[in-house]
Design a protein around this ligand. Structure first.
Ligand code: NAG
Ligand code: NAG
Ligand code: NAG
Ligand code: NAG
Ligand code: NAG
Ligand code: NAG
Ligand code: NAG
Ligand code: NAG
Ligand code: NAG
Length: 811
C-alpha cells in the first residue's frame, strides 16, 4: 500500500512538473508556472538571470538575481535573505493569489511579495533587463504592482532609487550581507538623510560612521565626494518633492556593467566589470581605510590597516565565533581566554601594550584626573570594570566595558594598555611569571632564547658590517641601522603615495633616501621577490634602488639620494629657474626612463603615477623617474591599487575612469600632461585671480590648432628664450600623448624618437576629453588641489589624505 502511494505521488509529481516546467530562456513566470531546482528565467537581452543560487561554500539556497554576462556569479538581489532553503529541487517559486511566493521543502511559504492585488488570476512576474523583477497584472500591462527595485538588498543598480518616502517615513536602503556566504542583513547600511540631503553609512542602523556630505545640485556632486567631478560615466540625479526624496543614476554608456554595493566590509563600493580581465574592477570605495569602519573588528578586536587579515584578536582573546571570523564576519568580536577574576591584587593580571595613534583612540574612554602614568595604571588595575587605560599628555583615559575600534599601528603616539589575565600574557609583559616546578623547563627556554638571540645578533652583524646578505644586487638593511642613518627618521624629504621618505647617511658616508612603506600587505617572501625584481631595473633615467629592510611590519626601501629634489619644486616655485635647454633634456630623459620601464624590462612595468613629483633631479639636473614598481608591492591586487594608489588628478588618463584595463598608454597620457607643465611652468589647472579655473592644455590645444603664436604659451619667466622648433615639437607631442583613445597615443619609444629628432610629428587632432573638464561658460569644472583637501578631510589621517588626493573616481 505504502509503496503504491509513493509511486502515485511520484507519478503525480512527474506529470505536474511536466505541465509547469518553464521553457528555457523565458523572462516571465505566469500563474500556471513555477520555478525550482536549476530552472531560471532570463531577461530579454540576457542581462540578468533569476533562480536558486548558493553563496560560497554554504549549503543554503536562495532565490536571487545575478548578472548573466558576468562569468563569476555575482548576485545583485536576494529574495529570501534570511530564510534559505536546503533543497532547491523540492522548493518552488510561484505565483499564488497574485503574489510571488517561495515555498520551501515542506511547501510552507517562507517568502512573499506581500501585495494586495485585485485581479489575482492574471498576475505575472517578469525579469527586466535592468535587473528589476516586477509583478504585473497581465502580459499587456506595463505597470508594476510590485518591484524588486523597491526592496534593494546590498546592490544599487542603475535606474533604481535609494529613497526616503515622505508620507510613510520609510527608507529604501542598502544593507550589507552578513558575510560572503550569508546574504542575511548585516550590520552596515547606506541610507538617505533627506534633511541633510546626504548619504549616511550606519552601523546597526544607529551609529553613523561616514557621510557623503550635502548634495550640491549645481555641481551635481556631494560635498565630501569631490572626485565626482571627474565622473563622466554615471549620470546622477537627486529628486525631492512633497512625496519622496531620492537619488538615482544611469550610465552614459549603457554597455558598461557597473554596480554600487554596500559591502560586508562596511564600505560602499563602485565596481565595473572588465571583459578583458574577466574581473570586477573596483574604482571607488568609502570609507577609504578599512579600519575606519565602525566596530569592524568587534569588541577587543584589533584592526591593522597594513595587514591581512585586517582584524585580529588581542593577545589573551579569541574570536567569539571562529566560524564567523573565518568568513570575515568580525562583528562578534573577541572574548577573553581567561576571565578576569575581580580581586585587587596585581598578580592575576597584567597589561598588554598596544601602539596606536592619537587620532585613532578607541571609542568611549573616560578621563580620570590622576597625576601620573603609574597612578593611571593602578586606577585601572584596581577597578574591576576597567578593561584598558592610556596615559598621554598627562591625561589618563580609562575604558570600561568593551574596547571597540582599537587600531594598531607602529606610530607609537599613544599606548593603549589592555588588562589581560597574567597567564594569557606573553612572558615579557607579565608582572610575575615564575611557576614553581618548571625550573628545568625555564632553563631550557633560557638556553634556547640565548641561542636564538645569538643567532639574530650574529646574523644582523654580518648583514651590517659587511653588508654581505644581499638579494641580487640589493643590500638587506637592519632596521636599527636605518634608524641611526636617518637620525631616527628626522629629516623628511617628502611623502608619496606609498609612504614618507627620509634623508639618511650610511656609515660609508654615502647619502641615501629611505622610504618607509605604508600598508604593505605582502608576505615576507613575496616582498623580497618583488623588491629584488625592482632592484634589477637599472637605467640612467630611473632612480636606483640600493637596498631594503623587512622586519616584521617595517618595510623600507633605500634609494640613491637626489640632491636636486623633485621636478615640481623647480617648475612651480622659484627654487631655481630651469632654462629651456634643461627642460627639453628633462623631457627627453624622462621619456627614456619610461621607454625602459615599458619596453626594455623583462616584465613591462606601468608606472601609474607619472607627475613632476615623481621625477627627481640628480646633481647634474639629469632626470630620474622614481616610485616605479611599487603599486604591486603595496596593493592587495591590481583592482585595489586602482582605488588607493593610482595616478594623481590632472595627470589621469580617461580610461582610469571608464573601467577598462590600463596599459602603458596611461603613462603616456600622464607624461603628456606633464609636458604641458614643462612648457608653461605652471600647473595644468589653477585658479586665476578672478576665482575661475584655467585649464592650460585646453588653451594650448586651441592655440596650436588655430595656428596661434605658441610663444605666448611659454613660461613667461623664460622671457621667450626657447628654441621655437623644440617648443613646437613639445607642444605637438603633448597634444598627441593626451588623445582620448589610447590607440591614438604614441608609444614612449616614439616620443623619444620625436624628441631626438629621428621621427617627425604632424599636428594631432584636438583631444575631446579636455572638453569634459570645461563647462559651457568655459569655466573649468575640473577640481583643483586646494578644493579637495579642504572639503574632504573630516579626519586627518595621513594615508587617507594620500589616497584622497589620488582617488580617481566617481560615486
Ligand atoms: C492556467 O491554467 C488554467 C487551467 O488549467 C487555464 O484556464 C489558464 O488559461 C492558464 N493560464 C495561463 C496564463 O496559461
Ligand atoms: C570554499 O572551500 C574551499 C575549500 O575548503 C576554499 O578553498 C574556498 O576558498 C571556499 N570558498 C569560499 C567562498 O569561502
Ligand atoms: C492588504 O490587505 C490587508 C487586509 O485587507 C491589509 O491589512 C493590509 O494592510 C494590506 N496591505 C497593503 C500593502 O496594502
Ligand atoms: C506603458 O505602455 C504604454 C502603451 O502600451 C506606453 O505608452 C507607456 O510609455 C508605457 N509605460 C512605460 C513606463 O513603459
Ligand atoms: C543592534 O541593535 C539592536 C536594537 O536595535 C540590538 O538589539 C542589537 O543587539 C544590536 N546589535 C549589535 C550587534 O549590537
Ligand atoms: C515632507 O512632508 C512634510 C509634511 O508632511 C512637509 O512639511 C515637508 O516639506 C516634506 N518634505 C519635502 C522634502 O518636501
Ligand atoms: C504626490 O502624491 C500625490 C498623491 O499620490 C500626487 O497627486 C502628486 O502628484 C504627487 N506629487 C508629485 C510631485 O509627484
Ligand atoms: C559609546 O558611547 C555612545 C554614546 O554615548 C553609546 O551610544 C555607545 O553605546 C557607546 N559604546 C560603547 C561600546 O560603550
Ligand atoms: C571603577 O570605575 C567606574 C567607572 O569608571 C566608577 O564608576 C567606579 O567608581 C570605580 N570604582 C572604584 C572603586 O574606583
Amino acid at each position: 500500500m505504502c509503496f503504491t502511494n509513493t509511486l502515485m505521488a511520484c507519478l503525480l509529481l512527474l506529470s505536474f512538473s511536466l505541465i509547469i516546467s518553464l521553457s528555457s530562456g523565458a523572462d516571465t513566470i505566469t500563474a500556471n508556472q513555477s520555478l525550482s531546482g536549476d530552472q531560471t528565467i532570463i531577461s530579454k537581452d540576457q542581462n540578468f538571470e533569476l533562480g536558486f543560487f548558493k553563496a560560497g561554500n554554504s549549503s543554503n539556497y536562495y532565490i536571487g538575481i545575478w548578472y548573466k554576462k558576468v562569468t563569476t556569479q555575482t548576485v545583485a538581489w536576494v529574495a529570501n535573505r534570511a530564510t534559505p532553503v536546503s533543497d532547491r529541487f523540492s522548493s518552488e517559486l510561484k505565483i499564488i493569489d497574485g503574489n510571488l511566493v517561495l515555498l520551501n521543502e515542506l511547501k510552507s511559504q517562507i517568502w512573499s511579495t506581500e501585495v494586495n492585488s485585485s485581479n489575482s488570476n492574471s498576475v505575472i512576474c517578469v525579469l527586466l533587463d535592468d535587473g528589476n523583477l516586477v509583478l504585473r497584472d497581465g502580459l499587456d500591462s506595463n505597470e508594476s504592482i510590485w518591484q524588486s527595485f523597491d526592496f534593494p538588498a546590498h546592490t544599487w543598480l542603475p535606474g533604481a532609487k535609494l529613497a526616503y518616502d515622505n508620507k510613510t517615513g520609510i527608507k529604501k536602503l542598502l544593507t550589507s550581507w552578513k558575510s560572503a556566504e550569508d546574504p542575511a542583513q548585516g550590520l552596515f547600511s547606506l541610507e538617505l538623510d533627506p534633511i541633510g540631503r546626504q548619504y549616511l553609512i550606519k552601523w546597526n542602523k544607529t551609529t553613523q560612521y561616514w557621510t557623503s556630505g550635502a548634495w550640491n545640485e549645481r555641481d551635481k556632486l556631494f560635498s565630501l565626494v569631490p572626485e565626482m567631478r571627474l565622473n563622466y560615466i554615471y549620470d546622477f540625479s537627486y529628486v525631492s518633492n512633497e512625496n519622496e526624496s531620492y537619488f538615482t543614476y544611469s550610465l552614459y554608456n549603457p554597455s558598461i556593467i557597473s554596480r554600487f554595493i554596500m559591502d560586508y566590509s562596511g564600505q560602499v563600493k563602485q565596481l565595473s566589470w572588465l571583459d578583458t580581465t574577466q574581473q570586477w574592477n573596483l574604482f571607488w570605495s568609502q570609507p577609504r581605510q578599512q579600519c575606519e569602519v565602525y566596530d569592524y573588528c568587534g569588541a577587543f578586536g584589533s584592526c591593522r590597516q597594513s595587514g591581512l587579515p585586517f582584524c585580529n584578536c588581542l593577545t589573551g582573546f579569541v574570536p567569539r565565533s571562529q566560524s564567523d571570523w573565518d568568513l570575515s564576519d568580525f562583528s562578534g568580536g573577541c572574548v577573553r581566554i581567561t576571565d578576569l577574576q575581580c580581586v585587587r591584587t596585581s598578580e592575576k593580571y597584567g597589561f598588554l601594550r598596544i601602539s596606536s595613534s592619537r587620532a585613532n583612540k578607541p571609542q568611549n574612554s573616560t578621563a580620570l584626573a590622576v597625576g601620573s602614568a603609574g597612578e593611571c595604571e593602578s586606577s585601572c588595575m584596581n577597578n574591576c570594570t576597567c578593561n584598558a587605560y592610556s596615559y598621554d599628555n598627562n591625561e589618563c583615559s580609562i575604558w570600561d566595558g568593551e574596547l571597540l575600534d582599537l587600531i594598531e599601528d607602529n606610530n607609537n603616539e599613544i599606548t593603549v594598555n589592555v588588562k589581560v589575565a597574567s597567564k594569557d600574557l606573553p612572558s615579557e609583559s607579565k608582572n610575575n611569571g615564575v611557576i614553581i616546578g618548571a625550573v628545568v623547563g625555564s632553563v631550557a627556554v633560557v638556553v634556547l632564547l640565548v641561542g636564538v638571540i645569538w643567532f639574530l645578533i650574529s646574523r644582523n652583524r654580518r648583514r651590517f658590517i659587511g653588508k654581505t646578505a644581499v638579494e641580487g644586487s640589493l643590500v638587506s638593511f637592519v632596521y636599527r641601522d636605518l634608524q641611526t642613518a636617518t637620525k631616527n627618521f628626522s629629516e623628511k624629504l617628502g611623502g608619496g603615495g606609498f609612504g614618507s621618505v627620509f634623508k639618511g647617511t650610511l656609515p660609508d658616508s654615502s647619502v641615501v633616501a629611505v622610504k618607509k612603506l605604508e600598508s604593505v600587505t605582502q608576505g615576507e617572501k613575496q616582498f623580497r621577490t618583488e623588491v629584488s625584481t625592482i632592484g634589477t631595473i637599472q637605467h640612467v633615467n630611473l632612480v636606483r634602488l640600493r637596498g631594503f629592510c623587512s622586519e616584521g611590519n617595517s618595510k623600507l626601501l633605500v634609494y640613491d639620494y637626489m640632491p636636486n629634489g623633485s621636478l615640481d619644486a623647480h617648475l612651480f616655485s622659484s627654487v631655481k629657474l630651469l632654462d629651456w635647454k634643461t627642460r627639453y633634456q628633462i623631457a627627453l630623459g624622462t621619456a627614456r626612463g619610461l621607454v625602459y620601464l615599458h619596453e626594455k624590462c623583462r616584465d613591462c612595468i606601468i608606472h601609474c603615477d607619472i607627475k613632476p613629483e615623481n621625477v627627481l633631479l640628480d646633481a647634474d639636473l639629469c632626470p630620474k623617474v622614481a616610485d616605479f614598481g611599487l603599486a604591486k608591492l603595496v596593493g592587495r591586487d591590481f583592482s585595489r591599487v586602482l582605488t588607493t594608489m593610482r595616478g594623481t588628478r590632472g595627470y589621469l588618463a580617461p580610461e582610469w575612469l571608464s573601467g577598462v584595463a590600463i596599459t602603458t598608454k596611461a603613462d603616456v597620457y600622464s607624461y603628456g600632461m606633464m609636458i604641458f607643465e614643462f612648457i608653461s611652468g605652471r600647473r595644468n589647472s589653477e585658479q586665476s585671480e578672478d576665482g575661475k579655473n584655467k585649464f592650460f592644455p585646453m588653451q594650448l590645444a586651441n592655440t596650436l590648432i588655430d595656428g596661434g603664436d605658441i610663444l605666448t604659451l611659454l613660461d613667461p619667466r623664460l622671457q621667450g628664450e626657447a628654441s621655437l622648433e623644440e617648443l613646437s615639437k613639445l607642444c605637438k607631442v603633448a597634444c598627441w600623448c593626451i588623445q582620448d583613445d589610447e590607440e591614438n597615443r604614441p608609444a614612449m619609444s616614439q616620443v623619444e624618437q620625436i624628441l631626438d629628432g629621428v621621427l617627425d610629428v604632424n599636428m594631432p587632432p584636438k583631444p575631446q576629453a579636455l572638453q569634459l573638464f570645461v563647462d559651457s561658460n568655459d569655466d573649468v569644472v575640473f577640481f583643483t588641489e586646494s578644493s579637495t583637501s579642504q572639503s574632504s578631510q573630516p579626519h586627518s589621517n595621513p594615508s587617507s589624505h594620500v589616497s584622497q588626493a589620488k582617488s580617481a573616481a566617481s560615486l
